[in-house]
Design a protein around this ligand. Structure first.
Ligand code: FUL
Length: 483
């Protein structure tokens, strides 16, 4: 009896060991990165003196009196962003020209010397408040390069830059991202000197100490730059993450000077440093009336979504307010139609309607079973035993179903584990491969020709550690019928 009890005890200890969750593999996201991943889609607002001078890069000598939106409406901007499904907005509080959209204590080159709101206005305040009212997060872009400031290139400017950062991080409520641009062109007004000033990108800004200000004042904010420290640039301004696109990288260099492969990441990188895809809805970053007819179409935006969010990145879509200080009707129209495409595509997960078969389930436990793949809950997952690094899921449907998009999400809190996968449909008595890939990460979307079948198979071909998959989806985009 005693022996049986002891055996029973040992057995139960054994099985509890086998159902532990897998250990993490490689670098994993911090809580602030994890929150950022879930945002997926947010907006960029390039707005400032350039809006009124028709320029992309002001030299730093434009008269502040030129800044005069005729009907600035932060509510309209936030409302459009919200309706488009954005989760936040990032404002160019100061672009390279140095003109500040808030009445900074440290310069006269700001809204306080413009006619707008009689010099009493604060664009940062109005937008931050509107975002918070409309349930959007608010972030800031503060250009390190400043073509107006007399001390640019000297140590004094670094104190000025940091003082401004503190103003933005202490005066406007929660900031979810601080966007550090790597561009440093050289020539500028510089208080009248009109010179070319070159700086050493690696040392001039003393980035570690600048980043520390953000960490201290806004611990949950992520910082974006070519090299993070939280979110990396994707290496282009077209909204295209690489294929593959790993969320890991070993950051080298500084914003504006890195040799790392930002577009693809590095499978063996030592940091979790996922990419953000920044792209404008128009050819330029700032508003130009001549580009009113060149707003990206809803379909183009959908393609961008697939190659950014669909490759484990976040999409930062620039929608530049026009000279009235509102989102132009053409941009608004395109955004709302784009939203409709997304809603229509993702409203029904066809995969959730199937009978399921998994080649292996960790410890044979329901806790780790494939049902977790369809619960829209990214805290539950399907995973296998530690020694099982290839596996498959088969979906059987009662009736033929038609789809053109596959979604796979890894449970990235345990790292990016999968190295290769393939998806097949059972067609004419045989498996036909629809898509293959390597990196998955937070969210992978793959589009293929519309496929009608009663049987679908996902093969995890290889993984560095047992695969941990949180969601699996099959969807029909509205374009399923027009090809
Ligand atoms: C670049 C800048 O030079 C552009 O003007 C724009 O702000 C873009 C988002 O980043 O580096």
């Amino acid at each position: 009896m005693l022996q049986i009890m002891i055996v029973g005890l040992l057995l139960s200890i054994d099985s509890s060991v086998s159902v532990n969750p897998p250990a993490p593999y490689g670098p994993i996201p911090s809580p602030r990165q994890m929150r950022w991943h879930q945002l997926e889609f947010y907006g960029f607002l390039h707005f400032g003196i350039n809006t009124f001078t028709d320029k992309e890069w002001g030299y730093g000598d434009d008269d502040p009196g030129l800044f005069n939106p005729t009907a600035f409406d932060a509510n309209q901007i936030a409302q459009v962003a919200r309706q488009a499904g954005m989760r936040g907005l990032i404002l160019t509080a100061k672009h390279h020209d140095g003109f500040c959209l808030w009445p900074s204590r440290y310069t006269e080159y700001s809204v306080k010397n413009s006619p707008w709101r009689g010099g009493k206005g604060d664009v940062v305040r109005e937008l931050a408040d509107a975002c918070h009212r409309h349930g959007l997060l608010f972030g800031v872009y503060l250009s390190p390069w400043d073509r107006n400031h007399p001390e640019y290139g000297r140590p004094e400017y670094i104190s000025y830059y940091r003082n401004q950062l503190v103003e933005l991080l202490t005066g406007y409520g929660e900031i979810f991202i601080v966007w550090f641009d790597g561009a440093n062109g050289g020539d500028g007004f510089y208080g009248g000197a009109r010179q070319t000033r070159r700086i050493d990108r690696l040392t001039y800004y003393d980035w570690p100490n600048t980043w520390k200000i953000v960490r201290d004042l806004m611990p949950m904010a992520v910082m974006f730059s070519d090299v993070g420290p939280d979110v990396r640039w994707v290496g282009n301004e077209a909204g295209m993450a690489g294929e593959p696109c790993w969320s890991t990288l070993t950051a080298q260099g500084a914003p504006g000077s890195t040799t790392a492969d930002l577009n693809h990441g590095d499978r063996h990188g030592t940091q979790w440093l996922p990419p953000e895809c920044d792209v404008s809805i128009r050819p330029g970053w700032f508003y130009h009336p001549s580009q009113d007819g060149q707003v990206k179409t809803p379909r183009q935006l959908f393609e961008i979504y697939l190659s950014s969010v669909g490759r484990g990145a976040c999409l930062n879509l620039n929608v530049p307010p026009d000279r009235t200080g509102r989102i132009h009707p053409n941009d608004q129209r395109s955004l709302l139609e784009f939203r409709k495409i997304l809603d229509q595509t993702f409203k029904r997960n066809i995969a959730a309607e199937a009978r399921l078969y998994a080649s292996q389930i960790r410890g044979g436990q329901r806790l780790f079973g494939p049902e977790n793949l369809f619960d829209s809950d990214i805290s539950t997952y399907w995973c296998t035993d530690d020694n099982v690094t290839s596996a498959q899921i088969i979906l059987d449907f009662d009736q033929p179903v038609t789809f053109d998009i596959l979604e796979i999400r890894e449970y990235v809190l345990l790292g990016q584990r999968i190295d290769a996968f393939a998806a097949d449909a059972w067609i004419a008595e045989d498996w036909k491969t629809l898509a293959t890939g390597t990196s998955i990460g937070n969210r992978r979307l793959l589009r293929f020709a519309p496929t009608t079948t009663k049987r679908f198979r996902l093969r995890i071909i290889s993984a560095a550690a047992c695969p941990v998959v949180t969601e699996l989806g099959l969807y029909a985009s509205p374009y399923v019928d027009d090809r």
